[in-house]
Design a binder for this molecule. Structure first.
Ligand code: THU
Length: 143
């Protein structure tokens, strides 16, 4: 991936942390999802007093894009930390990895975990969700 695009995504993900609604965990997360045509969809985590309705930053970004008819993605950048302080990588939870599996090619889709514009690591979805279950598993196989 091009350095400039990565930088823009990291900036957007970190910028989204300020919209995080996390009164229960105080763990603020931001995400920036890059579509195949170069658009960025952002997201933050949105918690709930009943806990389970909580939506992660990654899924917020995916659902914003899909709800606008966009289904083709290149990469997502995630940044997050307790109290909004970035000290280590915030890896996507299992549910978010599964949502990525629905819309993304596991070998092509990139997941950028970032602490700053200087400190980040890039993984494929396959690396973070080996042997994932996806839409292809439900396709009827011809004999
Ligand atoms: N969270 C995210 O938004 N994304 C992640 O990658 C990890 C976890 C949120 C969910 C919850 O609001 C808080 O972080 C603590 O789990």
């Amino acid at each position: 991936m091009e350095e400039k695009v990565i930088e823009k995504m990291i900036e957007a993900a970190i910028g989204q942390m300020r919209f995080s609604y996390a009164p229960y965990s105080d763990f603020k997360v931001g995400a920036a999802l890059l579509t195949k045509d170069g658009t960025l969809y952002t997201g933050c985590n949105i918690e709930n007093a009943a806990y389970t309705p909580t939506n992660c930053a990654e899924r917020t970004a995916f659902f914003k894009a899909v709800s606008e008819g966009v289904r083709e993605f290149r990469a997502i950048c995630i940044a997050g930390g307790k109290g909004g302080v970035l000290t280590e990588y915030a890896a996507p939870c299992g549910v978010c990895r599964q949502v990525m599996m629905e819309f993304c090619d596991p070998d092509a889709f990139r997941i950028i975990l970032a602490v700053s514009k200087e400190q980040y690591e890039i993984f494929t979805l396959r690396e973070l969700l080996p042997k994932g279950f996806g839409p292809q598993n439900l396709e009827v196989k011809k004999e």
